[in-house]
Design a protein around this ligand. Structure first.
Ligand SMILES: Cc1cc2nc3c(=O)[nH]c(=O)nc-3n(C[C@H](O)[C@H](O)[C@H](O)COP(=O)(O)OP(=O)(O)OC[C@H]3O[C@@H](n4cnc5c(N)ncnc54)[C@H](O)[C@@H]3O)c2cc1C
Length: 459
């Protein structure tokens, strides 16, 4: 540390002071909200003139303990900064969401998933304890042994019970490179069967699988992407320049092999926001060549997207072209693996969106998390699709169809984007009674919005 650098613990302590001060400055009649420079939420939220909570001192890594394999982290620390601090120790968080500006607190309260989720579950399962600023303005330590009700209800509460100020998480050892095998499938049933076998055995063709996700381009063209950590040096690919990662997966015939550094593997989806950078022309060779490298990242595209949403640029262009406006269908859903081929079939025949992202998931432990009640010892497939479709005759028609199908298949839908559930359905799906009790205990004066108001009513 240089003579003038502030020790991370001191910076954190000062950050907590500023946070508490800003909490006290919010008028008692106004909702308390975060003031945060980045967001990966996809809902359009109501504007407010009240200042949000000051979180600038809570963005750092406070300490890493390589022996214990844990990290003590500010709640608003981005995974980009967190990974930059852990990799030099040969360690990484157990689940690193794909978008660099997702924060640890955001991924724990809003859920996150990645290609380690088939063996490591979800980000909140590796939280040992967290310090939470509750709606009542108190700092509370939540862990499996202290304030357990808050610890369990926090995942999927989207900042409606309190804000994670500091979290202690487990880390796992990683090697410098990831060897990739992309397997092509012509049938989704076969792809799901192969995925299930890998989840059960942790291997494919006798080789250990550390990372597992996939992409569907159509019913006839889908891929599983298998990653194995390795220390063997050798050439690696680079998808932060002209070449585009998701295109590199596509092939016909036997497995395609590739290699990335662990850093580039963890951020492989960020450069082109999966494939969504296409909407801005960033994948056209001419434009890509001119597109500054520092703006080839998800946070830049999402800023562009927010402008688009604010000024409804897409709808205006559609109207100029004589076409109807479009409905945003940006969702991640989890379907039990045995029903997932059925879901994919239905989806491809009903919703005109491709590619779609696949990521298998199994809870890591035996505990359940009441606001997102996945079942332990059961495999799920996360299906992600992020695009638009022509509007239907009712608001959110396609989104509602998807909600119904997911419920019919006993799946679950993440809440980072638009939702249309009735209050009764919502309470049934997202731990209604438990949520009410925990909310009454930690936010008795409703200083924070409630989950339904945030997730469905977009407040
Ligand atoms: C297109 C798209 C694709 C996505 N894909 C993935 C994916 O592949 N993998 C994945 O893991 N996730 C994915 N997400 C979801 C993302 O992880 C969640 O939306 C997450 O909550 C975003 O975290 P953030 O830090 O950006 O939080 P924000 O967007 O700033 O906030 C999200 C919500 O969490 C609350 N919140 C933020 N910080 C805290 C805190 N410290 N304590 C309590 N509450 C807090 C906010 O009040 C808000 O309600 C995707 C989202 C989008 C839009």
């Amino acid at each position: 540390m240089s003579a003038h650098a502030i020790d991370p613990g001191t910076a954190y302590a000062a950050g907590v002071e500023r946070l508490l001060e800003s909490y006290r400055a919010v008028p008692p009649t106004a909702s308390v909200r975060l003031a945060k420079p980045t967001s990966n939420l996809f809902r359009v939220r109501a504007k407010t003139n009240v200042r949000g909570l000051e979180t600038s001192g809570l963005t750092g890594v406070i300490a890493i303990d390589p022996g214990a394999r844990t990290a003590d982290v500010g709640g608003m620390c981005t995974y980009e900064d967190l990974v930059a601090a852990t990799l030099p120790h040969g360690l990484a968080p157990l689940v690193v969401p794909q978008l660099k500006t997702i924060t640890l607190g955001g991924a724990v309260t809003g859920l996150g998933i990645e290609s380690t989720s088939f063996r490591n579950g979800l980000p909140h399962e590796s939280v040992r304890e967290s310090v939470i600023l509750t709606g009542a303005g108190q700092l509370v330590t939540a862990s499996p042994t202290e304030h357990e009700d808050l610890y369990r209800a926090f995942p999927n509460s989207y900042g409606t019970l309190g804000y994670a100020v500091r979290l202690c998480i487990e880390l796992e050892p990683v090697l410098p490179f990831v060897a990739l095998r992309h397997l092509r499938f012509h049938s989704l049933t076969e792809l799901v069967a192969a995925m299930d076998r890998i989840i059960q055995t942790g291997a494919s063709d006798g080789t250990r699988v550390d990372y597992l996700d996939g992409v569907v381009f159509s019913a006839e063209e889908s891929y599983l992407c298998l990653g194995t950590q390795t220390a063997t040096p050798g050439p690696v690919s680079d998808y932060t320049g002209r070449k585009i990662y998701y295109r590199s997966i596509q092939h016909d015939g036997p497995a395609r092999h590739d290699r990335l550094t662990i850093h580039d593997y963890l951020w492989r989806w960020d450069t082109d926001w999966f494939w969504c950078s296409e909407a801005f022309g960033a994948q056209r060779p001419g434009i890509r060549r001119l597109w500054p490298r520092r703006y080839r990242r998800s946070s830049f595209y999402s800023t562009l997207m927010r402008y688009e949403q604010r000024f409804r640029i897409g709808d205006r262009l559609e109207r100029l072209g004589g076409r109807p406006p479009r409905e945003r269908v940006v969702q991640d859903v989890e379907v039990p693996i045995e029903r997932s081929a059925e879901f994919l079939d239905w989806f491809l025949n009903t919703v005109p969106i491709a590619p779609i992202w696949l990521c298998p998931l199994r809870l890591r432990g035996e505990s359940t998390w009441p606001l997102y009640p996945l079942r332990p010892q059961r495999s799920y497939l996360n299906v992600g699709f992020w695009s638009t479709v022509p509007v239907g005759t009712t608001e959110g028609q396609t989104n509602r169809l998807i909600e119904r199908k997911v419920s019919e298949l006993h799946g679950h839908k993440s809440l980072y984007s638009d939702s249309y559930y009735s209050p009764e359905e919502f309470a049934e799906l997202y731990g209604g009674d438990t949520y009410r009790d925990v909310k009454n205990r930690y936010d008795p004066d409703s200083r924070l919005l409630n989950l339904y108001a945030k997730a469905v009513q977009r407040r």
